[in-house]
Design a protein around this ligand. Structure first.
Ligand code: F0G
Length: 467
């Protein structure tokens, strides 16, 4: 075994590879205050106020704690409109760690998704992917494409312990290519550590197979690199032949098998805001630079301040270290194992960024069109002020053709863990709170929608309890 092996191996307890320099005080609320707050928020945790939240597990996106070096980087911000020093620094870091030839900063991940979808997808195209992500699929649809799920079947089964539930099912991909022809498939959208499947990795051998298939059919592989450093950790931990490679080497190996990426730097890269688009094709890059001036800003800042780019460059360097990933993934696993030991139905294997509770099994008496995961999010908030997110029927939205709820197989409550923010004691409180809700699960009733916006309804929809 290598010296920094997984958080669970070796004889000593693992610990965070940092100490705390500054703290942010938390506010405790009463149950009555929380009942009022969630009612006013239309039973949607996205509409609650942060000041009413005790432990915030809404998302791991932009909620991490930056290091002293990242904060120092903010002071080095070169806030020039064009050609900021920080841009060139970030460009060099992305080339070094991710390996892509060209990089364009964007304000966050969906900014990059918009540019890439507009440039690569033509109306009538099909975009296969290893499960959908909300914003990614919407940009594909807005560009006239149809998303086609080609992830392995195990990904849709919350009970399956398959170690690489993020893998692409090449037979499903091939069926699509045979049906519509490779010319109608502008690229395959490959996500690292698939969010909607529970934070599940793909394996390198699957990526190698995908690469051979795509080369043969001349289909580019565009990576959603958002949590790919965490995916690299799992490859190291689980895949034969990778135990002695560094996370950094594995990340490069992944990127070298792909043609470009979109990135939400608010996750892996440890910043509060930012993203990028990167690729190896000069012509595509030039087009993306040109489109960026319409939607993001000049191509050397893409909607970011110089200081944001500096913090991102430093964040990437910290994120690829073994110590960071061991503690990051170790903390999530600690929470997951405690919940599992208490009999709470969670998605397994435990992913890197969140614990997903299987709401269909937690609330089997609540029909999927009464939104069990949304209901559970509201109940956990009322119980203890812990804020989480629905990833089920509300997130999946309606089928654009039938207008009906998609009723996805996975109806999950996500407890996303911000990076470097909460302690093990917080994770213990979370466990106790979930258990308390579980004990009274039979009394819990579902929700109905009273307001539904057109796009990404989970962010702004309002609900009321079914009496
Ligand atoms: N891709 C993945 C896999 C994501 O998880 C996200 C965001 C995006 C793209 C979009 O990036 O937010 O920077 O525009 N996920 C957040 C979440 C919102 O909570 O999972 P963005």
């Amino acid at each position: 075994m290598n010296s920094m092996s997984g958080p669970q191996s070796g004889s000593r307890t693992w610990a965070e590879p940092y100490k705390i320099k500054m703290v942010e005080l938390l506010r405790m609320t009463t149950r009555e205050e929380r009942e009022q707050a969630i009612r006013e928020a239309g039973y949607n945790t996205f509409l609650t106020r942060s000041r009413d939240v005790y432990i915030d597990l809404l998302t791991d996106s932009g909620t991490g704690a930056m290091s002293d070096r990242q904060w120092a980087g903010l002071m080095l911000g070169d806030e020039a409109y064009a050609g900021s020093e920080n841009f060139y620094h970030l460009e060099a870091v992305i080339k070094e760690y991710y390996g892509y030839e060209y990089m364009l900063p964007t304000h966050q991940g969906r900014g990059a998704e918009n540019l890439m979808s507009q440039l690569l997808i033509k109306p009538g195209d099909y975009v296969p992917g290893n499960m959908y992500f909300t914003t990614t699929r919407l940009h594909q649809e807005l560009a006239g494409g149809t998303f086609v799920d080609v992830i392995v079947d195990q990904a849709h089964d919350p009970e399956s312990s398959f170690p690489f539930k993020g893998n692409v099912d090449i037979a499903k991909l091939n069926r699509l290519v045979q049906d519509v022809g490779a010319k109608r498939v502008p690229y395959i959208s490959l996500e690292g550590n698939v969010n909607m499947a529970g934070g599940q990795p793909f394996s390198m051998s699957n990526l190698n197979d995908l690469h051979s298939y795509c080369r043969k059919h001349d289909i580019p592989i565009m990576l959603d690199a958002t949590r790919t450093i965490e995916n690299a950790w799992f490859i190291r931990e689980r895949e034969d032949g990778y135990a002695d490679k560094s996370v950094r080497e594995i990340l490069r190996e992944i990127c070298d098998l792909t043609d470009g990426c979109t990135m939400s730097a608010k996750k892996d890269a440890l910043v509060n805001i930012g993203g990028f688009f990167a690729c190896n094709d000069e012509e595509l890059f030039k087009k993306s630079q040109n489109l960026a001036v319409v939607y993001e800003g000049l191509h050397t800042y893409g909607g970011l301040a110089g200081r944001d780019m500096e913090a991102m460059a430093q964040g990437i360097r910290e994120a690829v270290t073994e110590e960071h990933q061991a503690a990051r993934i170790g903390q999530v696993r600690y929470l997951g194992e405690k919940l599992d030991a208490a009999g709470i139905p969670i998605v397994k294997p435990i992913g890197s960024h969140a614990i997903y509770i299987n709401a269909k099994r937690f609330l089997p008496h609540v029909d999927q069109d009464e939104y069990p995961a949304q209901t559970l999010a509201a109940e956990l908030y009322i119980e203890s002020g812990i804020r989480t997110m629905e990833r089920g029927n509300v997130s999946a939205g309606r089928d654009p053709k039938t207008g009906k709820n998609r009723r996805p197989q996975l109806e999950l409550l996500r407890l996303a863990i911000p990076r470097r923010v909460y302690t093990q004691a917080h994770m213990d409180v979370v466990t106790e709170s979930v258990i308390d809700v579980y004990k009274r699960r039979n009394e819990i009733r579902g929700l109905r929608i009273v307001y539904e916006p057109e796009y990404l309804r989970f962010f702004q929809a309002r609900f009321e309890p079914i009496s």
